[in-house]
Design a protein around this ligand. Structure first.
Ligand code: ZN
Length: 339
């Protein structure tokens, strides 16, 4: 991965990346403190890629941009690449502010609706039941039980989504952007490719610094989401190093093929660590947290760490390298994996 020498956008400003592509950065209230958003200039108006998290900072950001740089043309479309709160949270209000319609893939629409429709009690019970099967200690299960509004807190409303599929394109003033849909980090994320100019917007699937979180699907923890993501990474490991990559976080880069290989190695290393331990004794997802991270986590990060540990164990199971059994630990049924 080699960073491109492009200055970061200042607050409320967009940086021009190509004749009709612009880049902005929206603030986030987390350790990862921003997301990148992109705007494509089309003959029918601006197409906005991702809306940001719900909140006052995001509202002020969009007001400034809509009154400033974006004021000369209408907003033609808002594309929400995936259902994660930092991308979708402000979509409904942005649609109201601009009069534009929101688009997402069928899988992301459905996933967002599922999470949005869960009552606070159902959400916390679902989380606590997974944490229990993962073998987490009672104090950490309680963190899950208390984390009941983790989606709605940042996504208070969903817009009416129109569907965007892998055959859709965006015609910019000077470019053609082909859509693709991928599974792994989320259930059907939209990315956009401009083949002629070798530009790629992979959103969260190919990041220059962070390994995108790969969490077990909370509706089916036996689904091989890591397998899906590794398939994606193998495809990416064969792309041209020249392609300019504009990701969902951090900075633009080239050598995306090498970055994909680094991420494959990262996951393979984690799989090896878990497999070596599973050869010695049955391990739970909770044991997996200790093996992979060598520390415990608070509520927000516990969700990702436990989901990541389970996703890796699930992948080993789907590769038939380990098998899943139920073990009684402290009178509770826990999923454990043995090689
Ligand atoms: Zn994401």
């Amino acid at each position: 991965m080699i960073p491109l020498n492009i200055d970061l956008p200042n607050t409320h400003q967009l940086v021009q990346l190509s004749p009709d592509l612009y880049w902005g950065r929206l603030p986030l209230p987390f350790r990862l403190d921003h997301i990148n958003l992109y705007v494509i200039d089309t003959p029918d108006g601006w197409v906005i890629i991702d809306a940001g998290i719900y909140g006052e900072q995001t509202r002020n950001y969009w007001k400034a941009l809509l009154d400033g740089f974006l004021s000369e043309k209408p907003i033609n479309k808002i594309i929400i690449t995936h259902h994660h709160v930092d991308h979708i949270g402000f979509a409904s209000e942005l649609a109201q502010m601009t009069g534009a319609e929101c688009y997402s893939s069928a899988a992301e629409k459905e996933h967002a609706q599922f999470l949005f429709d869960l009552s606070a009690i159902d959400f916390s019970e679902l989380l606590a039941s997974h944490y229990t099967r993962y073998g987490l200690p009672e104090a950490e299960i309680a963190l899950g039980r208390n984390d009941s509004d983790r989606y709605r807190r940042y996504v208070p409303e969903l817009p009416e989504f129109k569907e965007f599929s892998a055959t859709d394109i965006i015609k910019g003033c000077n470019s053609h952007w082909q859509c693709r849909i991928d599974r792994g980090h989320s259930s059907g994320q939209i990315s956009l490719i401009n083949k002629k100019d070798s530009l790629f917007l992979p959103t969260d699937f190919l990041l220059p610094r962070i390994s995108p979180n790969i969490s077990a699907d909370i509706r089916n923890t036996d689904k091989d989401v890591l397998g899906d993501y590794l398939n994606y990474l193998h495809e990416m490991s064969a792309i041209s190093p020249e392609i300019k990559i504009f990701p969902g976080h951090d900075w633009p880069f080239i050598n995306g093929n090498k970055r994909a290989n680094t991420l494959i190695n990262h996951h393979n290393h984690r799989l090896e660590l878990l497999l070596a331990e599973a050869k010695l004794k049955p391990i739970s997802a909770s044991d997996g947290i200790d093996i992979l991270f060598k520390r415990r986590f608070e509520s927000h990060e516990l969700f990702f760490a436990s989901g990541e540990a389970r996703a890796h164990l699930t992948h080993l199971m789907c590769q038939q390298k380990v098998s899943k059994k139920t073990e009684i630990r402290n009178h509770i049924e826990v999923d454990v994996f043995t090689a």
